[in-house]
Design a protein around this ligand. Structure first.
Ligand code: 6R9
Length: 648
């Protein structure tokens, strides 16, 4: 019998081997730890050429029964969710499994009362408050598909996402607290709704007491709750029914609505959560059998926003499927001061802490070492996600937060993969600074040459690809299966192509070296260059633009824009134009996509086929001009010198 929890390196090796030798038998045994309404007829069917992947065919379940109902008997009074508000003086809130179950059922009934049915799409544009978690689970309860849009996105980004999925209902709030600022979510939503004909109802949560007026077809969350009870049987879902859509940036064009389904996503996020973080429940554990570690129960905190995949998989679904205590934080690491993360760790006795390199770098940069002022002795596991972690940040995290005693799990994965793919297992397999290390059971990575040949042996460096499906692989791009095929399955035959490069050391540990496409990761957020360029090009006097990333101390990468104007003499006030350009980007995408540097130039380096040579611009932006590489194919080599002479 395959154990749910891996407790030693030997067990990892055994599990990994079993998952390669017989993936179906391996995942079947793991899947049996969950509550299914009806068992599957086949564990896996797949064909990467179509691409089509089916896990747990004909299996029936509801993920919320696995995240909530099944815990009620043994751990109904244990804490499921801790909410830490933006303002520390407001005080934390604690929700037991019973309380969370009741809230989810009630809100599920609100959705039903508003005509939301199985398969309908519900857009959620909310701050990091408990109602967000409740809303996500309430959708899953009745089989509605949630599409959470990060509350930092602009009105036009929001409406594009609502329209892409033809959402029926929008859930939002009067506003959201972020440090000293309030985001006027309702105003932004109203602006978006002007161009969203499919939205029938908007349900508005009161959070900041902003003075907002409800328009036609808008209702208050609290009023809606008055008319429902908390009895809501879970909708029976097929393992392959859609659970949610989550948008991610592509290197070209509009955002991609990645589709995740119920069965495989649940199995994989729960399994990886338990094993990567080595989360300890207590002696009475639902997956039972082999669980002996420590009690009482751990407190786990992931600092991500539920608007991103990390929040979906490792704040909500993975932890709750394990009966864990998961903490969500509304605010920012710098408010009231840069000690806030550590204050929360001390206050809630956090045992597993999962954050992003950009946050670590920002904290490490402060003159005061705030981490030293708090008692962090409960920390057992530290995690990082979102981008490669540089050695300096890794060392700071290890020394000042982990005090040299906590394993650091550097988890490589993507919105598309649904769950963690390459990572050490805390204290079970070895970590190695700046390396994500080893693939999880079920994950079969390879490194490829540019022509697609598999590079055998170690060490090696190349393009990362995955050659076998895992349960939580995204099944399609909503409404555009052809694009799904083109982006992920066409570059290399019969392999999933994630868009990252990697190297493998002599012992087979993977280190992710960064994107190999036109996606730039800024402060852990994926940004496609094309949508930003589209926004800039809307400016009436802009002719053309090209965006590249350049190294930044805190953000990892920052954005550098090269912009040509329709008439070079058309503006004397470059500073004003820069502000206007960033304003356009803020309106079209959101403040996260603003450019740090904007250089005006008379031309952009282009190939004869008219493609902008970003490779050259990238080098100039990073001040690596010693070796610009091959410029012989350029149509207009003269502009390169001009750009170098005026670099910012
Ligand atoms: C979970 C998440 C995915 C991209 C991915 C890669 C980068 C994520 C990383 C990492 C190096 C890690 N990335 N984790 N790079 N080391 N541990 O971040 O999903 O927002 O879709 O981003 O992030 O480039 O391809 P998503």
């Amino acid at each position: 019998m395959q154990r749910f929890q891996i407790n030693s390196y030997k067990e990892y090796e055994k599990a990994y081997q079993a998952s390669i030798d017989n993936p179906e038998a391996f995942w079947e045994e793991i899947a049996e730890s969950f509550v299914w309404k009806k068992k599957w007829s086949k564990v896996l069917e797949w064909d990467f050429t179509k691409p089509e992947v089916t896990w747990f065919k004909d299996g029936k379940l509801n993920i919320t029964e696995n995240c909530l109902d099944r815990h009620l008997k043994d751990r109904g009074n244990e804490t499921a969710l801790i909410f830490e508000p933006n303002d520390p003086n407001e005080g934390a809130q604690y929700f037991t499994y019973k309380a969370l179950h009741s809230k989810v059922c009630k809100f599920a009934n609100v959705l039903k009362a508003n005509n939301v049915k199985k398969g309908d799409r519900v857009c959620i544009y909310m701050p990091m408050v408990p109602e967000l978690t409740v809303a996500v689970l309430a959708c899953a309860r009745i089989g509605a598909v949630h599409s959470v849009v990060f509350a930092g996105f602009s009105a036009s980004a929001l409406s594009a996402r609502i329209n892409d999925a033809a959402c029926k209902v929008l859930l939002t709030a009067d506003g959201g607290f972020r440090g000293t600022k309030i985001t006027p979510l309702k105003d932004i939503a109203d602006q978006a709704l002007e161009t969203c004909p499919t939205i029938q109802t908007t349900i508005v949560l009161k959070r900041v007491n902003n003075d907002v007026t409800l328009l036609k077809n808008q209702v208050w969350w609290h009023d809606q709750l008055k008319t429902v009870d908390d009895n809501c049987p879970a909708e029976i879902m097929d393992a392959e029914d859609m659970l949610f859509i989550l948008y991610t940036s592509g290197s070209t064009g509009k955002p991609k609505g990645m589709v995740h389904t119920c069965g495989g996503y649940m199995v994989y996020t729960a399994y990886t959560f338990r094993n990567v973080f080595q989360y300890s429940c207590s002696k009475t554990n639902d997956f039972g059998r082999d669980y002996t570690r420590s009690s009482p129960k751990d407190v786990y905190w992931c600092t991500a926003d539920i608007g991103w995949i990390t929040g979906h998989s490792y704040i909500v679904y993975g932890p709750l499927a394990n009966g864990a205590t998961t903490l969500m934080f509304e605010g920012v690491p710098s408010y009231p001061d840069y000690g806030r993360f550590w204050d929360i760790c001390e206050k809630h006795k956090v045992n597993q802490f999962y954050t992003a390199p950009t946050a670590i770098r920002a904290l490490a940069k402060q003159d005061t070492n705030y981490a030293d002022n708090y008692n962090l002795k409960h920390l057992k596991t530290l995690g990082t996600v979102g981008e490669p972690i540089n050695l300096e940040a890794w060392n700071w995290y290890n020394d000042y937060v982990g005090k040299g005693k906590c394993p650091i799990v550097d988890t490589w994965w993507q919105t598309e993969t649904g769950g963690i793919m390459i990572s050490s297992l805390a204290g079970v397999t070895k970590d190695k600074p700046t390396f994500a290390t080893l693939p999880l059971p079920g994950v079969q990575p390879v490194l490829l040459d540019t022509d697609g040949t598999i590079i055998e042996g170690n060490p090696a460096e190349g393009i990362l690809a995955i050659q076998f499906p895992w349960p939580s692989i995204a099944r399609t791009i909503y409404g555009d299966h052809q694009r799904y095929k083109n982006v992920y399955f066409s570059a290399y035959k019969n392999k999933y192509f994630p868009g990252d490069g990697a190297l493998r050391d002599a012992s087979g540990n993977y280190r992710i070296t960064g994107r190999v496409d036109d996606v730039i990761i800024v402060s852990g957020h994926n940004l496609g260059t094309a949508p930003i360029e589209d926004a800039i090009n809307e400016h009436p006097i802009v002719a053309e633009s090209a965006i590249v990333g350049f190294p930044h101390d805190i953000k990892g990468n920052a954005l550098y824009g090269f912009v040509t104007l329709k008439d070079i003499g058309s503006t004397s006030d470059q500073e004003a134009l820069r502000l206007e350009i960033n304003q356009l980007i803020t309106e079209q995408i959101g403040p996260i996509a603003k450019l740090d540097k904007i250089q005006f130039t008379s031309g952009l380096p282009k190939t004869r086929s008219g493609k902008i040579m970003r490779r050259i611009l990238r080098k100039i932006a990073a001040s690596e001009t010693d070796n610009l590489g091959d410029t012989s194919t350029l149509l207009n080599p003269e502009c390169v010198q001009e750009i170098m002479d005026n670099v910012l």
